[in-house]
Design a protein around this ligand. Sequence first.
Ligand code: GTP
Ligand code: MG
Length: 311
Amino acid sequence: MPIEAPQLAAAPERSGWLNKLKAGLRKTSTGIAAVFVNAQIDDALYEELEEALLMADAGLNATEFVLDELRRRVKSNIATTPDQVRALLIDTVADLLRPLEKELVIGEHTPTVIMVAGVNGAGKTTSIGKLTKHLATEGASVLLAAADTFRAAAREQLLVWADRNTVEIVSQEGGDPAAVSFDAVKAGKARGKDVVLVDTAGRLPTQLHLMDELKKIKRVIGRADESAPHEVLLVIDGNTGQNALAQVKAFDQTLALTGLVVTKLDGTAKGGVLCAIARERPVPVYFIGVGEKLEDLETFNAREFARALLE
Ligand SMILES: Nc1nc2c(ncn2[C@@H]2O[C@H](COP(=O)(O)OP(=O)(O)OP(=O)(O)O)[C@@H](O)[C@H]2O)c(=O)[nH]1
Ligand SMILES: [Mg+2]
């Protein structure tokens, strides 16, 4: 039976988490709130909303799309109060983000092989640790592959997460990342693991030889199991603004991404970049991270996110 990974958590847990998300996105929500104070529904309101959305990193394309759509909805709903317009704005953004909602399903392959990539410090290793906890809670057995062989510290960091989660890890001092990944997938098959999570070293899309290395890791994983990797995730730091969209495009080009994990939404992230991603490169968002602790990872819900962003 397929194990459906990270389902919505129990209500109290999720509401605590939602508060963290709201606090993290406060910069944007207070900016939007200010626009609606004593507002008239006129061109000036739309102009101020445009500025607020651009400031929130939504980018020009998504901002224009949202405003056109909002004007249309305001007209057809005959909205007359700022509160009504604000509710329609939340609906519009939630609808824009909805295609990004997707559940990570495991159990269709044994193991389900998940490769994780991203720029330096985006939160890959931490997210893998958190994801492992979620999967283990769902009853899945997980094997970690330390394919970040650049730094000894990276291996140790993953070891700590492995210990915390009491899962196994395949690592190799100074080894080749593709070889480590290959070994891990083979070991995952031999040991009947449900999931193999492959952690890779951070890299910039402009470092072409390192992007080629990622391609090689992916290819070599396919040699160990021809249906793998089943998921290729990009981890993006929610604070990187519009550059996150550029990262999605570049990594997607190289790896054909299947999903995103957006981290650090508990800090000072503005959050609007998800609108830009939804408009310009709609790769599903499997999870969002709101902190450094094991439980600080949750599934993405478009409406919830739109409310945290705009309410
Ligand atoms: N506040 C906050 N911090 C986070 C979150 N996710 C990761 N971090 C922190 O971000 C820093 C980098 O996280 P890592 O998981 O090591 O990032 P990485 O992508 O594996 O980094 P490299 O392997 O060096 O490329 C650490 O200090 C983490 O604790 C998050 O959701 N919220
Ligand atoms: Mg790392």
